[in-house]
Design a protein around this ligand. Structure first.
Ligand SMILES: NC(=O)c1ccc[n+]([C@@H]2O[C@H](COP(=O)([O-])OP(=O)(O)OC[C@H]3O[C@@H](n4cnc5c(N)ncnc54)[C@H](OP(=O)(O)O)[C@@H]3O)[C@@H](O)[C@H]2O)c1
Length: 491
């Protein structure tokens, strides 16, 4: 056990979806891995009237459904003895003082020396409100102990609102205590991208525009919007996926080697990529970005987005986007990055494809005219691994050439159960390790890029729905890449 981590974790939004699906299972799995300190406790804050006993019963049911490790009564008994439920209205005033008193009592009992981690698992309009109250009523004053705030996405709805929110939060906590969570960064294979690039002599020297033809980043889901229609109506694929997760994935794929492996050196390099993104002029947006929304698929019994719960029956929100992006620096000049993401598609995949340039048209290429290009595929979900596709002679008497694959699958081995992203991120936040959290300037440059697209979109109504639920996505996305003589890799 790591005893110096002793702290209180206060989850605002303790009765919400994220807490039961991700946070409580993550704590349970950390306890199994013996990563939690003895002097650690959780206070789940919600609006509903319920007792701690009722709350932990609900969490037990959720844990059985969502944890990657199976239920172990002793481990759960240990964790549940440290979980407390507290009813509080976020907009309240004096209630925060009473809450502070209740927290102090628990801190005394658990000897956590006042270390507090406030996790805001709440809808974004409450980020500023809660932080303000924590500051006003003294719950965030450091007094020689740490006070950290972990903030869920989306951080703002555009650059202006993100700046206002940042001002609010830094007033109460200071940048060093703000942990902007992007759960993609907690995924095993995302962390592996840097290792693959910077620990292998045969990748880094060719990781540039001299050898790479283009890069594809795909993140697709089979699930519909489910119960989150209210949230999704305001976010869409652009704010739900691109502004945060996919730009982070792009930054890791394209960044220069950091001078050191410390937090700020890595963040500095990621920021440079985001800063280097070509910002589209308003009249260019349609040439570089396409959007889609799923319609019903009667054969498969799937609703269209507009028929989902809590969505507008006339909604123009995008459930799919595809982009052609450019990074304006020496390494990447002339190399397009094609990105796509969407909901309710045929397959669930998160992957990065690096497609290498073809060789000169001599020797085999001269004879065969066309050969499969070399590809490096970094699979992030559902399988985790690295695949290398290259050309080899087909065994036998002929001289045919066929593409073959070299496969490293990290989670295909029986018994290997990768830690969930939230486990790593919660542990890092407790340790004060910030590499896997986004710095303000990363957020700022992401919004600069996204705002240019959103401003252009405001001026024209899309023709939705334009793809069938359960399909590969809208035809406009195929057109976007095929116009350049390339194709999406769908395997
Ligand atoms: N769910 C996910 O899988 C997921 C994934 C990634 C990111 N996120 C992000 O995580 C955050 C939370 O999402 P969620 O899906 O968990 O939301 P949610 O299910 O709607 O939960 C919202 C929580 O806020 C509480 N709440 C709302 N208004 C309140 C008030 N005035 N006073 C006190 N409590 C109040 C609710 O309490 P009551 O229920 O007691 O009313 C509930 O606990 C969002 O920023 C979301 O974007 C969620």
């Amino acid at each position: 056990m790591i005893s110096e981590l002793g702290n209180a974790m206060v989850i605002f939004g303790g009765t919400g979806d994220l807490t039961k699906r991700k946070l409580v299972p993550a704590l349970y799995n950390l306890l199994i891995e013996k990563q939690l300190p003895d002097n650690f406790f959780v206070v789940a804050v919600g609006r509903r009237d319920k007792t701690t006993e009722e709350f932990v019963e609900e969490m037990e049911i959720a844990l059985k459904e969502f944890s990657r490790n199976s239920y172990d009564e002793n481990i759960w008994k240990n964790l549940k003895s440290r979980i407390f439920y507290y009813r509080l209205n976020f907009d309240g005033t004096e209630e925060y003082l009473e809450f502070d008193t209740a927290l102090c009592k628990l801190e005394h009992k658990y000897e956590t020396r006042g270390n507090r981690m406030f996790y805001l698992a709440v809808s974004p309009e409450y980020f500023g409100v809660i932080v303000e109250k924590l500051h006003e009523y003294g719950l965030a004053s450091d007094n020689g102990s740490f006070k950290r705030v972990v903030i869920e996405k989306p951080f703002g709805k555009d650059l202006e609102s993100a700046k206002a929110l940042s001002k609010h939060i830094t007033h109460a906590f200071g940048e060093e205590n703000i942990y902007r969570i992007d759960h993609y960064l907690g995924k095993e294979m995302l962390q592996n991208i840097m290792v693959i690039r910077f620990a292998n002599a045969f990748f880094e020297p060719i990781w540039n525009n001299k050898y790479i033809d283009h890069v594809q980043i795909t993140s697709t889901e089979t699930l519909p919007v489910e119960e989150r229609g209210g949230y999704y109506e305001k976010a869409g694929a652009m704010k739900d996926m691109l502004q945060n997760h996919l730009l982070q994935l792009l930054a890791l794929t394209a960044m220069e080697p950091p001078v050191r492996l410390d937090t700020e050196s890595i963040r500095d390099e990621k920021v440079k990529v985001l800063k280097g993104l070509k910002i589209y002029e308003e009249d260019e947006v349609n040439d570089y970005v396409v959007r889609g929304q799923y319609g019903p698929n009667e054969e498969m019994g799937f609703n269209g987005y507009r028929q989902e719960r809590r969505t507008d029956p006339d909604s123009d929100i995008e459930t799919y986007i595809a982009l052609k992006m450019e990074i304006e620096n020496f390494r990447w000049s002339g190399v397009p990055f094609y990105i796509r993401t969407g909901k309710r598609l045929k397959e669930k995949t998160v992957e990065v494809v690096i497609q290498f340039k073809s060789l000169a048209k001599i020797l085999y290429l001269k004879e065969l005219d066309e050969m499969m290009p070399n590809q490096l595929i970094i699979r992030i979900q559902p399988t985790e691994g690295v695949f290398l596709r290259f050309n080899a002679k087909k065994p036998g008497q002929t001289n045919d050439i066929v593409p073959v694959k070299m496969d490293f699958c990290q989670n295909c081995e029986i018994g290997y159960n990768s830690p969930e992203a939230y486990e790593r991120l919660l542990l890092d936040a407790m340790k004060g390790e910030k590499t896997l959290f986004t710095r303000w300037d990363e957020v700022e440059y992401s919004w600069r890029f996204v705002d240019a697209i959103q401003n252009a979109w405001k001026k024209e109504r899309p023709d939705f729905p334009n793809y069938e639920a359960g399909s590969h996505g809208p035809k406009v996305a195929d057109d976007l890449i095929e116009r350049d003589g390339r194709r999406w890799v769908n395997e």
